[in-house]
Ligand binder design. Structure first.
Ligand code: FMN
Length: 159
C-alpha cells in the first residue's frame, strides 16, 4: 500500500496494459471506492458498467473509441454513466476509482474521446443516461513519465 500522497503523485495516464486479470478482492475494493464517493445531496445519480467480456470490449473500442486500440489491452473497461446534469458527481466517483486503482498498483486512463451513442447501443444503456467517461483498468505495461503542469504561481491565486 502506498502513502496517499504517493498515490496522487504516482498516478499517470497509462496507454499500454498487460492481459493479467484483476482479482475479485481488488474489484471489490474498486466497487467500494465508487460507492463511498460524495454526491450532490447524496443523490448518487450514477452507475458503473464493469466490462470484462472480450467481445463487448472489442465492440466498444473498435466501434466507439476512434481507434484508441490501447484501451482493448486492458482486461477491464469501466463505463461510467449518470443522470443528465450530474457529471460532477460522476467525475468525483471516477477519480475515487482511479486513485484506488493506482493504490492497487494498477494503471488507468480517463477516456472522453469516444461516441457515447455507440457505447449506449453496445451495452443497452438507456437513452436518457449520459456516458461522459470510460476508463481502461489493468496492470501497466509501460511507466509513463509525469506530464508537465502549470507552475503553482499560474494555478493558485492567494487573496
Ligand atoms: C476528462 C478526461 C478525458 C480524457 N480523455 C482522453 C482520451 O480520450 N484519450 C487519451 O488517450 N487520454 C485522455 N485523457 C488523458 C489526458 O490526456 C491526461 O490526463 C493528461 O495528458 C495528463 O497526463 P497524466 O494523466 O499522465 O497526468 C483524458 C483525461 C481526462 C481528465
Amino acid at each position: 500500500m502506498m502513502d496517499f500522497n504517493e498515490v496522487i503523485q504516482q498516478r499517470r495516464s497509462v496507454r499500454h496494459y498487460r492481459e493479467e486479470p484483476l482479482s475479485q478482492d481488488i474489484l471489490d475494493r474498486l466497487y467500494r471506492a465508487l460507492q463511498v464517493a460524495p454526491s450532490t445531496a447524496n443523490k448518487q445519480e450514477r452507475s458503473f458498467y464493469f466490462v470484462q467480456d472480450f467481445e463487448r470490449r472489442k465492440a466498444i473500442v473498435t466501434r466507439a473509441c476512434h481507434n484508441q486500440m490501447f484501451i482493448l489491452e486492458a482486461p477491464l473497461i469501466l463505463v461510467a454513466t449518470c443522470r443528465k446534469d450530474y457529471a460532477i458527481d460522476l467525475a468525483i466517483a471516477v477519480d475515487h476509482l482511479v486513485l484506488a486503482a493506482t493504490n492497487e498498483g494498477l494503471g488507468t486512463c480517463w477516456i472522453s474521446w469516444f461516441e457515447q451513442e455507440r457505447v449506449k447501443e453496445i451495452l443497452g444503456i438507456p437513452e436518457t443516461r449520459d456516458v461522459p467517461v470510460l476508463v481502461p483498468i489493468g496492470y501497466a505495461a509501460e511507466s509513463p513519465p509525469a506530464r508537465t503542469r502549470k507552475a503553482l504561481g499560474d494555478l493558485i491565486i492567494r487573496v
